[in-house]
Design a binder for this molecule. Structure first.
Ligand code: FES
Ligand SMILES: [Fe+2]
Length: 414
């Protein structure tokens, strides 16, 4: 991330028609926000440098030394659990000459650079540097204690690991408010996935992943729609989880019967989470924690979808399904997991087809800004949150600008 302050290459006033003031329809965002390299740089500052965002779930690294690697834009990071049980997020860049330290996932007692073997402990502190710290070659001016891998500000909420590059941002709890209590019956921090989250690279902008269910009855009419019948009224967007200003954008899908789920039987294939109310067992709750986490709370599990920026037209994306330990211990677990996975495969293929198609369309000179319907409140709300970030960044960049010659002249003349 460059962190170089810049103004939006798209005139900031152009976003006004995409900003909902609650009075009538708004337009979708300019196509350039999905395509333009310079706007991507601006947005990396506006959104990703000044907000909390999710980088995975702590249950994927249960033991001391467990780690996985991710990338946020140009920044490779390591998410690692230390000896005290805390989850740390460190830069994955060697502080000698910039080599990437770790790849993939695993468990380690130390972080050793493959290039010249500088060694860091799992808290990121340098412990040895051949040629600088060896007894016979000690360099007096080099203090090993001065070198450590940059540590990114981290907070864990319900097991989700959040980071921010902004040291001055209020704590994550200020932003998430009582979402944890509202989802309390799902006991998310006690759930675990049988396979850790795997991020894959895709050729579209990260905002393409922004979720809505206007498309569910159409794109997924023959797949999801067959398994989990939907009418437009079964989507409730006025739910308690919404806190638009704080980037919590949500809706519920209400089903006709208890324990309904998009599977070939129309019901959950694993046991329900035993702390849910009957109301919770009749619905699927979708909560987007902007910019990059979608939590889907279901009667038998909590899924989450996470995405990260990779470039103007590239992103990382992964999905994880988390269950109570008692479900994971069942002999039937694996078979039912596989069955549900297979049942949803077509839905996933349809989404991939649409995401790819939208990105391709956005690159055309004929791409335009269509009206959002009243069934796309989710998108309207996410647009508002994003535009708030763009406007704030524009202001920051503006206040840093050097006074113009004309302005200087007028001061000197006084
Ligand atoms: S770049 Fe890592 S030890 Fe030299
Ligand atoms: Fe979809």
């Amino acid at each position: 991330m460059s962190n170089k302050l810049m103004k939006s290459p798209i005139p900031i006033a152009d976003f006004d028609i995409s900003y909902s003031e609650g009075d009538g329809p708004v337009y979708s965002m300019p196509p350039e926000v999905f395509v333009d390299k310079e706007f991507y740089e601006f947005e990396m500052n506006a959104v990703w440098a000044h907000e909390w965002f999710c980088v995975g779930h702590a249950s994927d690294i249960p033991k001391s030394g467990d780690y996985y690697t991710i990338e946020v834009g140009e920044d490779p990071l390591i998410v690692i659990r230390d000896r005290t049980g805390s989850v740390n997020v460190l830069s994955n860049v060697c502080q000698h000459r910039g080599m990437i330290l770790l790849e993939g996932r695993g468990n380690t007692r130390r972080i050793s650079c493959p290039l010249h073997a500088w060694v860091y402990n799992i808290n990121g502190e340098l412990t040895s540097a051949p040629g600088l710290t060896d007894a016979d070659e000690k360099v007096e001016s080099f203090n090993i204690k001065d070198v450590c891998l940059p540590k990114i500000r981290t907070e864990v909420w319900q097991g989700f690991v959040f980071i921010t590059f902004d040291e001055d941002l209020p704590p994550l709890s200020d932003r998430l408010g009582n979402l944890g209590d509202q989802l309390g019956n799902y006991k998310i921090d006690e759930l675990r996935a049988s396979v850790p989250l795997k991020m894959e690279a895709f050729d579209w902008n990260w905002k393409i992943f922004n979720d809505e269910c206007y498309h569910c009855s159409y794109l997924h009419g023959g797949s999801w729609g067959e398994m989990y019948p939907l009418c437009l009224n079964s989507t409730d967007e006025m739910v308690k989880f919404n806190d638009i200003e704080n980037g919590l954008v949500s809706y519920n899908l209400i089903s006709q019967h208890i324990d309904a789920a998009p599977t070939n039987t129309g019901s959950i294939l694993q046991p329900p989470i035993d702390t849910l109310t009957d109301e919770e067992r009749k619905q699927l709750t979708y909560v987007t924690v902007a910019p990059n986490l979608l939590i889907v709370a279901m009667p038998d599990k909590v899924k989450y979808f996470m995405w990260l920026p990779k470039g103007a037209t590239e992103s990382w994306y992964g999905v994880s399904w988390m269950y109570p330990e008692s479900t994971l211990a069942l002999e039937s677990y694996e078979k039912n997991f596989q069955q549900e996975h297979d049942d949803l495969w077509q839905v996933m293929e349809e989404d991939l087809f649409a995401w790819k198609g939208v990105q391709k369309g956005m690159q055309s000179k004929y791409a335009t800004r269509g009206y959002l319907t009243s069934h796309e409140l989710v998108i309207q709300r996410l647009q508002n949150w994003l535009i708030d970030k763009y406007r704030a960044e524009e202001k920051r960049a503006g206040s840093e600008e050097k006074p113009t010659q004309h302005y200087l002249e007028s001061i000197l003349a006084e």
